[in-house]
Design a protein around this ligand. Structure first.
Ligand code: AMP
Length: 216
């Protein structure tokens, strides 16, 4: 069992790795971006609050995100570990998470940073396709679905995320540098930070993350 955080810029492969790790380890992948997109699609109060930030490539306010995670971590399926994908994204979120875990006598086991250069990220994100139903990800060139715009896994419709357009991608990358990069120091100080090269075959990245988990 492991409680881990996947850290990394948009397009690094957090979603892909999170899904594969979740299946392999039998623990949930908790992807805050997926939770928010689902809320937007359903038009809930949370969705209405989050939409304008997401469309602009900005971060949704910390208080909103912390409450989402507080609730989600109480789920039955999260009692034997989880993979956090896309949370925390600011030092304030990381501190709130630590406090939340400390209050119930728990702590994070690993923080894995999937590192990829900006130019590669822009190329990946601009060709990325997402399944509306199961959130699986594809790429028009690097990982195309077998049938145009149809998810191989569940038959759902594939679409391009609004925030994967090039101008929004550039602002998301600077948001990462300014707001999320400081988490490297934060977790390094806790001794649980590990960096992996994400510019490789997804299976190779997965193998390395699994070895990190095994090494404890
Ligand atoms: P993602 O799918 O992880 O790229 O997230 C998509 C968008 O959702 C981000 O660009 C943010 O607007 C918002 N978001 C997701 N997770 C967080 C978070 N932990 N803190 C603030 N905003 C978030």
């Amino acid at each position: 069992m492991t409680r881990m955080v996947l850290l990394g810029p948009p397009g690094a492969g957090k979603g892909t790795q999170g899904q594969m790790l979740g299946q392999r380890l039998g623990i949930p992948q908790i992807a805050t971006g997926d939770i928010l997109r689902d809320a937007v699609a359903r038009g809930t109060e949370l969705g209405q609050k989050a939409k304008s930030y997401m469309d602009a490539g900005d971060l949704v306010p910390d208080e909103v995100m912390v409450e989402i995670i507080r609730e989600r971590l109480q789920g039955n399926d999260a009692q034997d570990g989880y993979i956090l994908d896309g949370f925390p994204r600011t030092v304030a979120q990381a501190e709130a998470l630590d406090e939340m875990l400390e209050a119930i006598g728990q702590r994070l086991d690993q923080v894995v940073h999937i590192d990829v250069e900006n130019e590669v990220l822009v190329e990946r994100l601009s060709g990325r396709l997402i399944c509306r139903d199961c959130a699986a990800t594809y790429h028009v060139r690097f990982n195309p679905p077998s049938k145009d715009r149809v998810c191989d896994k569940c038959g759902g419709e594939l679409y391009q995320r609004e925030d994967d357009r090039e101008d929004t991608v550039r602002s998301r990358l600077s948001v990462f540098t300014e707001r999320t990069q400081p988490l490297v120091d934060y977790y390094q100080q806790q001794g649980i930070y590990r960096k992996v090269d994400g510019d490789r075959d997804p299976e190779a990245v997965l193998g390395e993350i699994l070895r990190i988990i095994q090494a404890g």
